[in-house]
Design a protein around this ligand. Sequence first.
Ligand code: AMP
Length: 215
Amino acid sequence: MLRTILLGPPGAGKGTQAKMIIDKYGVPHISTGDIFRENIKNGTELGKKAKEYMDKGELVPDDLVIDLATSRLLEKDCENGFLLDGFPRTVYQAEKLDEFLSAHDSKIDVVLDIAVDKEELITRLTGRRVCKACGASYHVVNVPPKKEGICDRCGAELVQRADDNLETVTNRIDVYEAQTMPLIDYYEKNGNIAHINGAGELSDVFAEIVNAIGE
Ligand code: AMP
């Protein structure tokens, strides 16, 4: 059983580490950002509402996120744990999540707080490119594809996420500091938070995570 939350600013590598965590521990990866992007792609009402906020780098209102995340947690594959990535993002969301979990005799085992400094975050995010088809992630300087603009894995076109331009990135980081960082204190009080240095090599960051979760 592993019930965990990945906390950290945009660009901290949460998505990449999440993939490594789910491979090792076999829990489902629940990314509210991915769920919203899927809804946008499919042109749903929820997608239309969320896009307005996402394109500006702002948070989607709590009431649109909480039900979405908690109903996902009721699905069968979450019985033996889950990895929440990008939720909760406000203290209110965290309180609602705790209420939901305690009503289901459940709780969070560990919160992983991945920290990276602001300048590095901006470099990472503005250089990020993702595959339109398979979602693989690249970086124009740090992880370039073999052929510019083309996914190594599936050959589809690489694009920049609509919210990865400099203006939106800066706003997303400011929003993180103002609205999500207070969660560090919130979980500190519960005594179940582990601080991870996200600046190093992927494998070193993952080793710290495994150390915090336990084999
Ligand atoms: P992410 O992929 O986690 O960076 O999320 C992309 C965007 O989706 C964020 O900038 C928000 O606009 C929105 N979003 C994702 N998760 C949440 C959440 N828990 N609360 C509010 N907005 C969210």
